[in-house]
Design a protein around this ligand. Structure first.
Ligand code: ATP
Ligand code: MG
Length: 270
């Protein structure tokens, strides 16, 4: 199996405090990989480092992140931005962070699509309508005419997913894309991303603390603890016969919490 992304020896620090201690993992072509670990274990810092999104005093101090033959960690910021907008789609926890508060949603689709191909306003509008419908947005004309602040959290995350998909990325990186949403919407959004990946042979790196989500949506899993990768492999192998005590603990804790199940009450947030 060839990889779309191979991370090796990645170290990241905030000031003099190292928080990611030389980790490695891979994302295969057409694979969905879950990155799990308790809060503070370094999941977000890892993906932000790989995507060139870490801000001072944070910095990457060592390692490589090979994406399709290019080491992302060595790219100048401008080229990294280009790859991020074009070949790697990033869906963060908070959709509003990815949307511009001043520009109409229509304009944001146009800018996203124009970044990598010649496209007229009419063409980008038509493509945005199709994209929004594909992520279950009813009345996409109204959404496109409006601004981010008029959207609910679930709707905003759908808009972000449609925006990311409009760039036709090879790899989708999602950092807890649903934790800000209520449980029923969480499932809908995950099903949506899942469908978009399955139909197209794209790859995904999905950060979550919900092992049930990994079991349902991923083929491979990487387990992080305190800035190191303690175990990785197929979900069947790792969840079926966890070798590391930390993974065993995580699985035991997850079996005790019913939180992975969809709730009756749509207002309960996990
Ligand atoms: N901007 C920052 N400044 C200083 N330290 C930071 C910053 N961001 C993260 N850290 C530290 O880096 C470590 C890893 O944090 P990270 O956000 O990657 O954890 P995480 O696994 O994503 O946790 P969560 O599940 O809560 O999102 C933590 O100890 C955190 O305190
Ligand atoms: Mg995080």
């Amino acid at each position: 199996m060839s990889d779309i992304l191979t991370v090796d020896g990645l170290r990241a620090a905030f000031g003099s405090r190292e928080v990611v201690h030389g980790i490695g993992f891979r994302v295969g072509h057409g694979r969905a990989v879950g990155l799990v670990g308790e809060t503070g274990s370094g999941k977000s810092v890892t993906v932000r480092s790989v995507l060139g999104l870490i801000r001072p005093p944070g910095r990457v101090t060592a390692g490589s992140a090979m994406f399709d033959g290019t080491d992302l960690l060595k790219l100048p910021p401008r080229q990294m931005r280009r790859i991020r907008g074009d070949r790697i789609g990033f869906i963060a926890q908070n959709p509003f962070g990815a949307l511009n508060p001043i520009l109409s949603i229509r304009k944001q689709f146009h800018i996203a699509m124009r970044a990598h191909r010649k496209i007229s306003k009419e063409e980008s509008y038509e493509a945005a309508l199709i994209g929004l419908r594909s992520v279950g947005v009813a009345g996409p004309e109204r959404v496109l005419a409006g601004h981010a602040h008029e959207l609910s959290g679930g709707m905003a995350q759908r808009v972000v997913i449609a925006l990311v998909m409009s760039m036709d990325p090879t790899l989708i990186v999602a950092d807890e894309p649903t934790t800000a949403l209520d449980l029923t919407v969480q499932r809908q959004v995950l099903d949506l991303i899942d469908g978009l990946i399955r139909d197209t042979g794209r790859s995904m790196l999905l950060i979550t603390h919900d092992l049930g989500v990994v079991a349902q949506y991923c083929q491979d899993v990487v387990v992080m603890n305190a800035g190191t990768v303690v175990e990785s492999g197929t979900v069947a192998d790792v969840f079926g016969a966890p070798e590391h005590p930390y993974t065993q603990q995580l699985l035991a804790a997850s079996a005790e919490t019913p939180a992975a199940k969809p709730s009756e009450d749509p207002h309960v947030v996990a």
